[in-house]
Ligand binder design. Structure first.
Ligand code: GBH
Length: 474
């Protein structure tokens, strides 16, 4: 027959959810309001010299008071999902279940109600780095008992909010905490335990995630019917040349980055490449054991298959070039990795040193994750661009257009089941050790004004049209 009409552009699926993301410490403020306990980020940011300009999240975007404005903006943009995180010490001031802070519970119940009334699905992260300080002092992510504390906290959140929440993510980016909190020490809790902290931290995160999933699965799934996903940051790495050393370096980069956390959850153990590499170097360094902890058979059973969807954080790509082993006198992740990573000179730069523009990278990662872990559903839970905060943010529009087109191609051409996308970030916010110097929002926040005035940027206007049309618009 004759096809009438014009060629239609590729469309996102009818029920695809467009949204935006944020995290408690980065936006809420109210750091000591109404009974909230201290988190390790309060302590870290209050320590002079840790954060650019000694900025803190004490007030941040003041979303503790202004959440209704945030929801109104999401609604105005026609967004259908909001990813936010719960501050553990706002619910449990010491992190332990003996005392529940009712004001904190009310805050999140009100936020969720506001979202639902606006037709917006809450996607809730239980932990986006603001560990109760009391638990940090008990050893934080080096202490396997934190998994038990996390389980108690997760259960309380499922009980308090699970009637309204269908998408959960227990942990945000274990990899970032383990590398920057426990290897280099430039993020909280600031422990430069080179070569050792990272693996113990990864081990405890995997156990904690699995515990939260099992608690939901055993005690809540049948009555609440939600999903508990695994969140992980996976960047894309290209080998710098076609020689076998660089191709092996690419494998190491993917397996020590993405795989270290995802493989235990989806395949029940660390990636073999990581097991072999850390064992080899540990032995040469004189250890009688590997710096990488071993999962018992029981733990392997317990952690395997503990994710209902994959929450992917993806921002950027690198080229990797293999380095040869030189010395064995100081354990470090850097030497375990044994590669140099650089950006291709043709990629545009953001305001963040680590973040460059390579749109095909996200399609590569979606294919990699889909083949390797077969996660069923994928939500892109973070993806975004930093600049200096200008309202006419054409760099961000270019970035989002490129990355979203590649997400669409992954859906349409590669048949990958991506069901939602929450851009990072709804608003400019506290960018961890960079303070307020790097802006990721599609909405500008005036940090000089006590009102923390919110103003839509060009990217927000553009994203609104994408969400309405369910296709990439100019
Ligand atoms: C995400 O991490 C976080 O989940 C989110 O809270 C954050 O605001 C957002 O990205 C933007 O940064 O100091 O040069 O060694 C993304 C992964 C890992 C990227 C740590 C920055 C530090 C680079 N991040 N990395 S560097």
């Amino acid at each position: 027959g004759v096809i009438v009409g014009c060629l239609s552009a590729k469309q996102f699926p009818e029920n695809f959810l467009f949204g935006a993301a944020g995290a408690s410490y980065q936006i809420e403020g109210g750091w000591d309001a109404d009974g909230k306990g201290l988190s390790m980020w309060d302590v870290f940011a209050h320590t002079p010299g840790k954060i650019k300009n000694n900025d803190t999240g004490d007030v941040a975007c003041d979303s503790y008071n202004k959440y209704k404005e945030d929801v109104a903006i999401l609604k105005q943009l026609g967004l259908k999902v909001y990813r936010f995180s719960i501050s553990w010490p706002r619910i449990l001031p010491k992190g332990i279940p003996t005392e529940i802070n009712q004001a904190g519970v009310d805050y999140y119940r009100n936020l969720i109600k506001e979202l639902k009334d606006a037709g917006i699905e809450p996607l809730v992260t239980l932990y986006h780095w603001d560990l109760p300080q009391h638990l940090a002092e008990l050893g934080g992510w080096l202490n396997p008992r934190i998994a038990d504390y996390f389980g108690d906290y997760a259960r309380i959140c499922f009980e308090l909010f699970g009637d309204q929440v269908k998408y959960w993510l227990p942990l945000n980016e274990p990899g970032t905490t383990c590398v920057h909190g426990y290897e280099t020490g430039d993020l909280a809790p600031g422990l430069p335990l080179s070569g050792e902290g990272i693996y113990q931290c990864a081990y405890v995160h995997v156990l904690a995630h699995a515990k939260a999933w099992h608690i939901y699965n055993d005690e809540f799934r049948s009555k609440q019917g939600g999903k508990v996903g695994f969140n992980n940051v996976c960047f894309w790495f290209y080998p710098k040349s076609n020689n076998s050393e660089d191709i092996e370096a690419q494998t190491r980069a993917m397996e020590f980055g993405c795989g270290l956390y995802a493989n235990p959850i989806y395949n029940g153990d660390w990636p073999q490449v990581v097991i072999d590499r850390v064992a080899y170097r540990s032995k040469k360094e004189g250890y009688s054991f590997s710096r990488l902890p071993t999962f018992t058979e029981e733990e392997k059973q317990y952690i395997n298959g503990t994710s209902d969807y994959y929450g992917l954080n993806m921002y950027t790509s690198y080229l990797v070039e293999a380095l040869a082993d030189e010395s064995f006198d100081s354990p470090s992740l850097e030497q375990d990795l044994a590669y140099n990573s650089t950006a291709d000179p043709s990629w545009a730069h953001s305001a963040s040193e680590w973040l460059n523009l390579d749109p095909p990278g996200i399609r590569n990662v979606l294919n990699y994750v889909n083949e390797k872990y077969n996660p069923g559903e994928i939500v892109v839970t973070e993806n975004g661009w930093s600049d200096n905060g200008e309202l006419d943010d054409q760099g961000r529009v270019t970035y989002l257009k490129g990355y979203l087109s590649n997400v669409l191609d992954a859906i349409v051409e590669d048949s990958i089941n991506v069901i939602a996308y929450t851009t990072w970030s709804l608003m400019d916010n506290f960018e961890w050790n960079q303070g307020y110097t790097q802006k990721f929002g599609i909405v500008q926040v005036d940090f000089d004004s006590p009102n923390r005035t919110r103003t839509l940027k060009s990217s927000a206007e553009w994203y609104k049209r994408v969400a309405a049309a369910k296709e990439i618009v100019d």
